[in-house]
Design a protein around this ligand. Structure first.
Ligand SMILES: [Zn+2]
Length: 368
């Protein structure tokens, strides 16, 4: 009886025995079955046949990378630029071409990069933004060189629009190595666009020209939604989003450009690294607040509305998605944009600046 009980106990234990009784594998020690593996002390050992014996091989080092925790959401796993640019790429793929009513004037002396790519690039932009804003009226668009200012103003005056005097003065003084691109609100047509670029812009390439054209269409969308060019949303969102969507839409529609290259190229052009270098977190917070409406911070010379603004847009799109970002604009039409920001993103704007944006801006700057 006693022996029998012992045998049963042993039989019950049998399946457990190899795991229990096995000594840690070490190279050359006997193992039980070819092909089985065992991890021990940072190495993975495999049981191999050596002559007539089965022995553990010498083992291979196991990677020390921890497995990602299951609680991390997919959006948090990747860098914001990856998530944000993927989102825009997917949205562009899912969009359908729209027949936007553009009335183009393209003068014969226009910068060739703009004259070659304006139509196709603007139609692609209109397609991307179709769900958000689809122009219901014909939008006049003038593409020309500084010398053709007269035909540009005439084209826009066909729609009863006249360029404001201060802007006209800038355009009159524009040289062949300069450019002025802008979109203005115009009740009769929603907006007007003029892309005036000289022919001696050695730094300009196809992708940059396309991102600039795409940038201007973002202003067309903003004006279409808000019916005004400035004031309802902070300057950094106005310009920063135009940079972000300019880069991401162009990257998504061209196989020969990638988002990160366009983004970092623009951050370099805008002198982002120098603009924030050596600043304390409190100074940065102050600058971000000022980039809401102080054009000297948002635009030249610091251009933080463009640079930091594009990164903050990237971050918001990565964490909340494109639709929510645009929802914030739409809600800002009828209420203060700060209140709309809290409602849409669930965080006070100053907490967003301090706790989320500034660490991200510093991290982004360090990788440039
Ligand atoms: Zn702009």
């Amino acid at each position: 009886m006693k022996i029998r009980a012992l045998l049963i106990a042993l039989l019950l234990l049998a399946p457990l025995l190899p795991a229990y009784a096995a000594t840690p594998p070490k190279a050359g020690a006997i193992c039980s079955k070819a092909g089985i593996t065992k991890n021990y002390d940072g190495k993975k050992y495999t049981c191999i046949k050596s002559g007539k014996k089965l022995v553990w091989n010498k083992g291979v080092q196991i990677s020390a990378n921890p497995k990602p925790s299951a609680s991390v959401s997919p959006r948090e796993k990747t860098d914001p630029w990856v998530a944000a640019s993927q989102e825009i790429s997917e949205k562009l793929k899912a969009s359908i071409p729209i027949s936007a009513n553009f009335d183009f004037l393209i003068t014969s002396d226009a910068n060739q990069l703009f004259s070659d790519h304006a139509k196709e690039t603007l139609l692609k932009s209109a397609q991307f933004w179709g769900n958000t804003y689809s122009p219901s009226k014909t939008i006049p668009i003038a593409v020309g060189a500084p010398k053709s200012l007269e035909s540009i103003t005439k084209h826009l005056s066909n729609y009863s629009y006249s360029i404001p005097q201060w802007r006209l003065d800038e355009l009159k003084n524009l040289k062949e190595d300069g450019m002025q691109l802008d979109v203005d609100a115009h009740p009769a047509t929603d907006s007007v666009m003029y892309l005036v670029a000289g022919n001696q812009l050695s730094w300009l390439n196809v992708n940059m020209a396309k991102t600039m054209i795409t940038h201007e269409y973002v202003h067309t969308v903003q004006v279409g939604l808000l019916k005004t060019r400035n004031g309802l949303i902070p300057c950094w969102s106005n310009e920063g989003s135009a940079i972000f969507y300019g880069n991401s839409i162009v990257a998504a529609s061209n196989t020969n450009s990638d988002y990160l290259t366009l983004r970092n190229n623009w951050l370099a052009q805008l002198n982002f690294k120098n603009a924030i270098a050596g600043k304390s977190n409190n100074e940065l917070l102050d600058l971000l607040k000022r980039s809401e409406e102080d054009f000297k911070v948002c635009a030249a010379p610091l251009r933080l509305g463009y640079s930091a603004g594009s990164l903050m847009t990237e971050l918001l799109v990565a964490e909340h998605g494109h639709e929510k970002f645009v929802k914030w604009w739409v809600q800002s039409k009828n209420k203060n944009w700060k209140i709309a920001f809290k409602e849409v993103f669930g965080i006070e704007i100053n907490d967003f600046y301090s706790n989320i944006a500034i660490p991200f801006l510093l991290k982004s700057s360090s990788t440039l």
